[in-house]
Each structure stands twice: as structure tokens, then as C-alpha cells.
Design a protein around this ligand. Structure first.
Ligand code: UD1
Length: 358
């Protein structure tokens, strides 16, 4: 295939679906390499089914591991794959370990790289994702940008402006395309959710990897549960520490398995507020108008604060900020960030086809 998409983790699947669809419509010859970074049925397969993604041409089955072991295994598998397929372009998504591994391998094989969601910066190098983002952009021939400030970040790092293309946000393409499928009543019934609830998702290493930090976070979440019931689909990463800290010992906390894409966004849509440390969810709540409290000291997505419903909170002010958000309610209208309009996929396809000379 002339284009190889490298997908590894849950958010990659959501971003790639509209790009693959638009390239298919343009008649591109493409293949999907799944690295296997995420492998549970609920973390991977269900997304492929719900998003209409093509069955991966290959799954490298890399799985979990420390950063070095995982990235190394990703690189070894991808080198073999790129060598046999010899694509004209590799497309990578977001900021996960599969993203940087693919970009690094492709660059060394002199295969051009396109990075979807380039130029976002938290300026916090303690986040593995920030390391992945910066290095991937340095190695990318096409930096496909979701938010205007990203172009300035790329320029400041010496990346030629001709490489940067402001195309909009493909994750929002997927959201808008599936809007009619997000049935809050159905997801409430299926998962026994209360009428009014705060939806929480927490999986950042900085929040869940250390038992003591996880315990402080759980205490804050119990404070939130005193205000409104808390529904929390638990990412496998934080499960052990959050449960060990007594997450489900408050009667107002409902712990769920990870949800598929449709059920998850339906649950977000019906939430009185969201508490999260996810990147994508800051963007999805911006479009849905659901108040979002992001439990992080920084965000690489500041446009969700200036245009959307997002706000950064500490563990200490989570409860009062949630109270404020609950009082204010869902926003009837938010200012939509520019080009978060459902047409990023076709714009990306256009830039890619032009790059390939088709
Ligand atoms: C990864 C990304 C993160 C992204 C997140 C989305 C990196 C460095 N991090 O984090 O940016 O926000 O995906 O979900 O790439 N596990 C399972 N089943 C799975 C996948 C993971 O049980 O299908 C467990 C394993 O115990 C594993 C841990 O989760 O060790 C972490 O998985 P990993 O892919 O390394 O990172 P995430 O925390 O998922």
C-alpha cells in the first residue's frame, strides 16, 4: 500500500476513522497496521467495529511494558512491516508510544511521515505524551494541526511552516458523525446509571500510578460523590491503585468497565459534569457543552478552555469547582474552535494526496 496508518491505542482509533474513510473515498491505496499497544476487546476491537474502521492488515501484538521495552518492541515490529510494505507515506496519530515509535522507524528508513494532531504542547516534559509529541513533530514531513496555536509551537521549534497544515480536528469528525447514535437513555438503562451524575475518567500516570496520589484523588472523588453520584469507567492502568484506595467504598460511586465509544460518549452527553485527565475528552466536552474539570496542572489543549467548557483543577479544588459546574449546568452554546466542523478527515486526505502527487 502507498499509505500505512499506524494505530496503537484507543484515542488513535477515534482520530484515524475519518481520515481512513476520506482517503478511501479518494481511492487511496492504504493499509492499517495495529501495533497491539491496546489489546483488550474493550480497549480496541469494539472501537474498530463501532467506528467502521477496516480490519487491521496486521496486528503486531506488542502489548504492555515499560516505556523502553514497549517502544523498542514497537520499533522492531514496525521496521519489519515498513520494510516489507515500503509505503510512500506513514500516517501517525496523537501522542502515544506507537506514534513516536512509528515516526522514528519511518524516518530512519527515509519514509515520509504525516502526523495527525501535530503541534499541541503542554510544555510539561514529565508527561510521556509531551516527549512523544515533540519528537514526532521533528520527524514529520506533514504536521497536520487541529488548533491554530500549534503552528506557532512548531515554528518555535524550528519546524518549517510549509510542513504545517491547519486541517481541523478529526476526533470531532467522529463525534459529529455519530451524534444521533449517542443515546443517553439507552446507556443509562444498559449500565444502571442514575438520572443525574458526574462522569469521571482518570488514567494519567501522574494521577494514578502512585498509591498515595491515587488515595488523595479517591478522597477528592468521594467529595464529588457527596454532591452528585459519580460514574467512573475505569481504564486498566489505574484500576488496582484506585480500588485499593477504596474508590468503590462510597455508595455514590459506580465503577464500570471501560466502555465502547458509542456508550462512552452517550454517557458523557448525559453527564451533569465531567471530571477527567484525558486529552480527547477535553475536546469532546467542548463540542457537547458539558462542563469539564480537568485534573491536571496544564493542558496541551488550551482552546478547550478559551472556547469550550474546560477548566483545570487541582485535587484540592476539585469539589468546590465541581459544585460550581453543577450549579452552572450544561452550556447551551459554546464557541466552537475553528475547523472543528466535521470535515477534518477530507482536509487531511487532500493534503496527503497532494503530498503524494495524486
Ligand atoms: C496510553 C497512552 C496515553 C493515552 C492512553 C489512552 C502512551 C505513553 N500513553 O496510555 O497517552 O492517553 O493510552 O488510553 O502511549 N492495559 C490493559 N489492556 C489494554 C491496554 C493497557 O490492561 O488493552 C493496561 C496494562 O496494564 C498496561 C497499562 O494498561 O501496562 C498501560 O497501558 P499503555 O498502553 O502502556 O499506556 P496507557 O496508560 O493505556
Amino acid at each position: 500500500a502507498s499509505i500505512v496508518h499506524v494505530l496503537g491505542a484507543r484515542p488513535n482509533f477515534v482520530k484515524a476513522a475519518p481520515v481512513i474513510e476520506a482517503l478511501r473515498a479518494g481511492g487511496a491505496d492504504q493499509a492499517v497496521v495495529h501495533t497491539g499497544q491496546h489489546y483488550d476487546e474493550r480497549m480496541s476491537e469494539i472501537f474498530f467495529q463501532e467506528l467502521g474502521l477496516p480490519e487491521p492488515d496486521v496486528n503486531l501484538g506488542v502489548g504492555s511494558g515499560g516505556h523502553a521495552a514497549q517502544t523498542a518492541a514497537l520499533m522492531i515490529g514496525l521496521e519489519q512491516e515498513f520494510t516489507t510494505r515500503s509505503p510512500a507515506l506513514v500516517i501517525v496519530y496523537g501522542d502515544v508510544n506507537s506514534t513516536i515509535a512509528a515516526a522514528l522507524v519511518a524516518a530512519k528508513l527515509h519514509i515520509p511521515v504525516a502526523h495527525v494532531e501535530a503541534g499541541l504542547r503542554s510544555f510539561d516534559m514529565t508527561m510521556p505524551e509531551e516527549v512523544n509529541r515533540r519528537l514526532t513533530d521533528q520527524l514529520s514531513d506533514l504536521c497536520l494541526v487541529t488548533s491554530p496555536e500549534a503552528i506557532g509551537h512548531l515554528a518555535a521549534e524550528g519546524i518549517a511552516v510549509e510542513r504545517a497544515h491547519f486541517v481541523g480536528n478529526p476526533m470531532i469528525d467522529t463525534l459529529l458523525k455519530n451524534l444521533d447514535a449517542f443515546d443517553t437513555a439507552k446507556v443509562r438503562a444498559a449500565h444502571g446509571l442514575p438520572e443525574r451524575y458526574v462522569l469521571a475518567t482518570l488514567h494519567r500516570p501522574a494521577n494514578v500510578d502512585h498509591p498515595e496520589t491515587a488515595a488523595t484523588l479517591v478522597k477528592a472523588l468521594h467529595g464529588v460523590a457527596d454532591l452528585a453520584e459519580v460514574v467512573i469507567p475505569v481504564h486498566p492502568r489505574g484500576r488496582a491503585n484506585l480500588l485499593a484506595a477504596g474508590l468503590d467504598e462510597h455508595a455514590g460511586v459506580h465503577v464500570l468497565e471501560p466502555l465502547g465509544y458509542i456508550d462512552f460518549v452517550a454517557a458523557v452527553r448525559g453527564a451533569a459534569a465531567v471530571v477527567t485527565d484525558s486529552g480527547g475528552l477535553q475536546e469532546e466536552t467542548t463540542i457537547l457543552g458539558v462542563p469539564c474539570l480537568t485534573v491536571r496542572p496544564n493542558t496541551e489543549r488550551p482552546i478547550t478552555i478559551t472556547h469550550g467548557t474546560n477548566r483545570l483543577v487541582t485535587f484540592g479544588d476539585l469539589v468546590p469547582e465541581t459544585r460550581k459546574a453543577l450549579d452552572a449546568g450544561q452550556a447551551a452554546t459554546t464557541r466552537k474552535p475553528p475547523l472543528w466542523d466535521g470535515h477534518a478527515g477530507p482536509r487531511i486526505a487532500e493534503v496527503v494526496m497532494e503530498f503524494l502527487g495524486d
